[in-house]
Design a protein around this ligand. Structure first.
Ligand code: PBG
Length: 327
């Protein structure tokens, strides 16, 4: 008699289901994006990112308490500066918004692992991720600035810098500059496969970083391409990236999987603002169970190969994990 396999045996109850589970979310998997603004006494909900806030430096302590309570160990910082100019000067000033935020966070929570997003779009008057020549972003000029920004973050005390500009050669420029300035232990997480995605919409509202003309197609990747993503990743690793990232996450699980299979450095994924906003909106419309969908989405991103996930759900998911595990 030809037998069939009884797959359902291993789904019989929660104990056995948990034992055969291939992907388990841990609190250390998550990185929380934190937005810091100039000004005083500001904690203001970001309209496009429900339950995420703009904090002024003097109120960072409140979110630090929440981060501690949730068990999240790491944040990635985004700054909204007091002024913008053509070359993004406020991105690399000693007392810029990120530099002060890093110092404050270090003081409030010394063990917090602080990652800084290194880019120019929040700091330039034109909203592009680099230095313009006419309407073109000048690659080789931009990477000098990108390196300068990274060094200023390291000087403030960042553990890791994460360039998101998608210029060629930026990882090498940053590594060289960090090493020359005595920051050989500051790591680089490269946004290597960063796609030109419409899923960044809510973030650009939150960070006031939308380009004032044109788009980012001249530097961010075409969503249609995956082999090109492997080239980007390969080059970033050769240039000195410690961790590579795929962004967005949910519609790009194949890219995460290819990256994980082909390369031996840790792979991160960015579950971006549009992915988060869609889940929130659908939940509010009564169409889905928010917690269940968020857990499923993040589990699948991890299953695809991401060892770490940047998500606006970081605090929630870590709280849920804590509750479910009773610790
Ligand atoms: C800066 C940057 C962006 C995001 C992270 N860093 C926006 C962009 O490239 O326009 C998007 C994050 C998100 O959507 O959650 N370059």
């Amino acid at each position: 008699m030809k037998m069939f396999r009884r797959h359902r045996r291993l789904r019989k109850n929660q104990v056995i289901r948990d034992m055969v589970k291939e992907t388990v979310l841990n609190r250390q998997d998550f990185i929380y994006p934190l937005f810091v603004v100039e000004g005083k006494n500001i904690k203001k909900e970001i309209p496009s990112l429900e339950n995420n806030y703009h904090y002024s430096i003097d109120r960072l302590e409140e979110i630090v308490q929440e981060i501690k309570k949730s068990g999240v160990k790491s944040v990635i910082l985004f700054g909204i500066p007091g002024y913008k100019d053509e070359v993004g000067t406020s991105a690399f000033e000693k007392d810029g918004i990120i530099q002060r935020a890093v110092r404050k966070l270090r003081e409030l929570y010394p063990e917090l692992y602080i990652i800084t997003d290194v880019c120019m779009c929040e700091y330039t008057s034109h909203g592009h991720c680099g230095i313009l020549h006419g309407h073109e972003v000048d690659n080789d000029e931009t990477i000098k600035y990108i390196a300068k920004i990274a060094v200023s973050h390291a000087e403030a005390g960042a553990d890791m810098v994460a360039p998101s500009d998608m210029m060629d050669g930026r990882v090498k420029a940053i590594r060289d500059a960090l090493d020359e300035n005595g920051f050989k232990d500051v790591s680089i997480m490269a946004y290597s496969a960063k796609y030109c995605s419409a899923f960044y919409g809510p973030f650009r509202d939150a960070a006031d970083s939308a380009p004032k003309f044109g788009n980012r197609k001249g530097y961010q990747m075409d969503p249609a391409n995956i082999r090109e993503a492997m080239l980007e990743i390969e080059d970033d690793i050769k240039e000195g990236a410690d961790i590579i990232m795929v962004k967005p996450a949910m519609p790009y699980l194949d890219v995460i999987r290819w990256a994980k299979d082909k390369f031996d450095v840790p792979v991160a994924a960015y579950n971006v603002s549009g992915e988060f906003a869609m889940v929130k909106a659908a939940a509010q419309a009564g169409l889905i169970d928010e917690k269940a969908v968020a857990e499923e989405m993040l589990t699948c991103i991890k299953r695809a190969g991401a060892g770490m996930i940047i998500t606006y759900y970081a605090l929630d998911i870590c709280r849920w994990i804590k509750e479910e595990n009773n610790y």
